[in-house]
Design a protein around this ligand. Structure first.
Ligand SMILES: NC(=O)C1=CN([C@@H]2O[C@H](COP(=O)(O)OP(=O)(O)OC[C@H]3O[C@@H](n4cnc5c(N)ncnc54)[C@H](OP(=O)(O)O)[C@@H]3O)[C@@H](O)[C@H]2O)C=CC1
Ligand SMILES: O=C(O)[C@@H]1CCC=N1
Length: 292
């Protein structure tokens, strides 16, 4: 493609919901792109206004208009509507005889490259190059974790461009070497922030039930998680060693960890992550089989 740096690209987001807005927020905060280089297509007025007012980028209700000048198109809609969106765009490119198709970055959970390539095929047989990416919502703070898998025909320069895009809102950017692993990443880091928030909710409600005022419990639990997270990132210790360092022999932590083990925490986590991975595959299959 002609442009080799994200700051020079026209970025189009199809879908300005939670994840689309988080990515744009992260990119703007880091200065990786500018407001005039971003356009968001979003049918829901509430989200459109939110994106316009909080991020200051252009919006439209027309996917075709949003994609018109795009070098990079981020597909940020729910898996259930992806097929219709891709087919609508492909039909518009067929009609316009557009020479250069945008590089597509799809964050739609479970939607395979095979499906995307078919749906995006233009009537002369051309199809855009597509990269599947699984980001997560900490993108909003520039603290995302993202993993990617490139489809056929994506060049090394285009992979570099995608890495640059992801580095605008992610602290960790990985490339996986098999497409199925994107679903595993979905179960790990895509959905992961929600597991973490649930754990914090449970910690706060336990402490509250034992008499600590809720706001105090929330403040203590939040800082505990932030501090522990920073230790994971900033020390060279493994998670296991950091856990051991907290666990005094015959002390309080040991009592809690023993209780977790007896309740089958590892098995619970295994089953939960597998459920997310399986659900990604199901969503992809259902979208591929759908008529809409
Ligand atoms: N949320 C997350 O943490 C993550 C999400 N993802 C993936 O990102 C994608 C988006 O998720 P998320 O942002 O949470 O979902 P949201 O529902 O918050 O955002 C999707 C947006 O797309 C809009 N939309 C619906 N139909 C169309 C259409 N035809 N054209 C353009 N926009 C449309 C929706 O509007 P309306 O509400 O009116 O339907 C909505 O505002 C999903 O595929 C998900 O798997 C990936 C990683 C993490
Ligand atoms: O829940 C979902 O399906 C999306 C994918 C990863 C996070 N949210």
């Amino acid at each position: 493609m002609a442009t080799s740096q994200i700051k020079d690209c026209q970025l189009c987001f199809i879908g300005g919901g939670n994840m689309g807005a988080a990515i744009i927020g992260g990119l703007l905060a880091k200065g990786s792109t500018s407001q005039q280089n971003v356009i968001v297509s979003e049918p829901w007025e509430v989200n459109r206004k939110k994106v316009e007012e909080s991020l200051g980028v252009r919006t439209t209700t027309s996917n075709i208009e949003a994609a018109r000048d795009a070098n990079v198109l981020v597909l940020a809609v729910k898996p259930q509507v992806a097929k219709g969106v891709c087919q609508e765009l492909a039909a518009s490119w067929s009609d316009s005889n557009r020479q250069q198709l945008p590089l597509v970055v799809s964050i739609a959970g479970g939607i395979t490259l095979n499906a995307l390539t078919q749906w995006f095929t233009v009537n002369d047989g051309r199809t855009p190059r597509v990269v599947r990416v699984m980001p997560n919502t900490p993108a909003l703070l520039g603290e995302g974790a993202s993993a990617s898998f490139a489809g056929a025909g994506v060049s090394e320069d285009e992979k570099k461009l995608v890495t640059e895009l992801l580095e605008g809102f992610s602290k960790v950017t990985e490339w996986v070497d098999r497409e199925e692993l994107i679903d595993v990443v979905t179960g790990l880091s895509g959905s992961g922030p929600a597991y973490f928030f649930l754990l914090v909710e449970h910690m706060v409600s336990s402490a509250t039930a034992l008499g600590l005022p809720k706001e105090q419990a929330q403040r203590l639990a939040t800082q505990t998680c932030l501090g522990a997270g920073r230790m994971l990132v900033e020390t060279s210790e493994s998670p296991a060693q950091l856990r051991i360092n907290v666990t005094s022999p015959k002390g309080t932590t040991e009592a809690a960890l023993k209780s977790f083990a007896e309740s089958g925490l590892q098995e619970t986590v295994n089953v939960a992550i597998k459920a997310a991975v399986d659900r990604a595959e199901e969503l992809g299959n259902a979208a591929f089989a759908s008529t809409g």
